[in-house]
Design a protein around this ligand. Sequence first.
Ligand code: 9WO
Length: 252
Amino acid sequence: MRIRIITLFPEMFDGPFGTSIVSRAVRDGLVEITTHQLRDYTTDRHRTVDDEPYGGGAGMVMKPAPLADAVDDLKINARDAGEPEPRVILLSPQGRRFDQATAMELAARDSLILVCGRYEGVDERFIDASVDEEISIGDYVLSGGEPAAIVLVDALTRLIPGVLGSEESAPSDSFASGLGGRLQGPVYTRPAEWDGRHVPEILLSGDHARLERWRQEQSEARTRERRPDLMEPQTPKSRTRDHQAGDGDTGQ
Ligand code: 9WO
């Protein structure tokens, strides 16, 4: 899998991608991740990437041309490398909510371009012209799309065959396909008593059949308690921009 990331802050990715499972996957050639400085796609002397919003308002808006030029260049790059057309994803609070099912869907693609916005947003015409899908990792405002891109890459990388050892297995299909699954129950390690608190006796009993039943019950009780929404039938996914081409959506 090949992931290209357009950003004003490439150095934000050095730590997360240089550590742990993602770095091992990169080292083993299972995923190739590159960051691309948006400013390199400006053409003016001051390397301008933003401007004042039409109609007034606080802050600045990202200009469409450098973003579109970056995407176009990286698509040419992908074609030259013999890759299929990359899917272009903008990380944005206005996007479809990211979940394990979306992670599986994206992990099955060979080539992605992730676009990280900054300031108060990106010019809507860039989204209309160049973005296939907007994805949100949750209902909060960040300073930019970068932390969301890091989350997305982490979740995808774990799903690439060969990335996880047999010890740390990927989530099962039932969990993955729309969280029809359950939350994980409590886990414990040594010592059997710590600070006056005991590990549940059943974990020490060696009765595997009873233990498996207990784990299922714990998982279900916790899900019912904390995330009852996971136990409801899933509502249909909202359509992606792919399916909306030409429907006149103004994004309002
Ligand atoms: C800024 C702002 C300021 C005042 C009132 C409303 C506002 N909205 C925003 C805003 O959405 N800023 C974004 C910052 C512009 C695009 C990049 N930024 C961003 C991406 N923040 N949060 C995300 C994000 C991405 C994916 N999932 C969750 C959040």
